[in-house]
Design a protein around this ligand. Structure first.
Ligand SMILES: [Zn+2]
Length: 231
């Protein structure tokens, strides 16, 4: 089986091309200021995973499913229901909640805890924010922390899922910064990290260089928007 390819689309958006040939989008927001033009109008999408209800994460989900759908959506039960109410073309399976694992297109998704808020722009309650552990067809596990501060139970995520790669926010202000992300990596025990949720706006000031200082022994993979790495 081929390796998986993970492409950063700026901010919190990723395109994940799996060893089984599936294309997964995580928090697709193609209107983010760093998203490369070449990525803004995808011609295929097999699964969309969304960590929480803020519009910089739900982003382009509804329009993507309208264009290419129906597309399976993995998101917390309240959030998935709301996305359907917004016109998303998806399956009838209710969204999971934290601790549950669901399978879509042969890929396993587990929602984890995250400490953050989650509401639509108009204040509609969309459940709680989550992280997502994705287990690919070849057993590779990627932990997308979503928007969160560091928390002690990241240790449990490390113990139960042993992620091969941790995708962590480092921008600060709305999420953890490099100092907290360094502790997160310690708690997770993960030796490879892809930082994200930084550099989109001046407010998100954390940098991969600052994370490296906080996380000795961890390979920090610094991607430019549009750049792909193998996981
Ligand atoms: Zn965010």
């Amino acid at each position: 089986m081929a390796d998986a390819s993970l492409t950063w689309l700026g901010h919190a958006s990723f395109r994940l091309d799996t060893p089984g040939g599936k294309r997964v989008y995580v928090d697709p927001w193609f209107d983010n200021p760093k998203c490369p033009d070449s990525e803004k109008d995808p011609d295929r999408c097999d699964v969309i995973a969304v960590t929480h209800g803020h519009s910089d994460h739900t982003g382009s989900t509804v329009e993507l499913t309208k264009k290419l759908g129906p597309v399976p959506i993995v998101a917390l039960v309240e959030l998935k229901g709301w996305l359907k109410g917004q016109g998303a073309q998806t399956d009838d399976m209710p969204g999971p909640n934290k601790g549950g694992t669901v399978e879509a297109e042969g890929i396993k998704f587990t929602l984890t805890n995250a400490f953050h808020s989650s509401a639509a722009d108009d204040g509609t309650y969309l459940g709680e924010a989550t992280g997502i552990v994705v287990e690919l067809e070849n057993g590779t596990k990627i932990y997308f922390a979503g928007d969160t501060c560091v928390f002690g139970d990241m240790q449990l995520i490390g113990r139960i899922y042993s992620p091969d790669v941790a995708v962590l926010p480092i921008g600060g202000h709305f999420t953890m910064d490099p100092r907290e992300a360094g502790v997160a990596l310690e708690l997770l025990g993960t030796k490879r990290c892809i930082p994200y949720h930084y550099g989109t706006f001046p407010l998100l000031a954390g940098t991969p260089a600052a994370l490296r200082e906080q996380a000795p022994g961890v390979e920090v993979i610094e991607l430019q928007p549009g750049e792909t790495t193998t996981v």
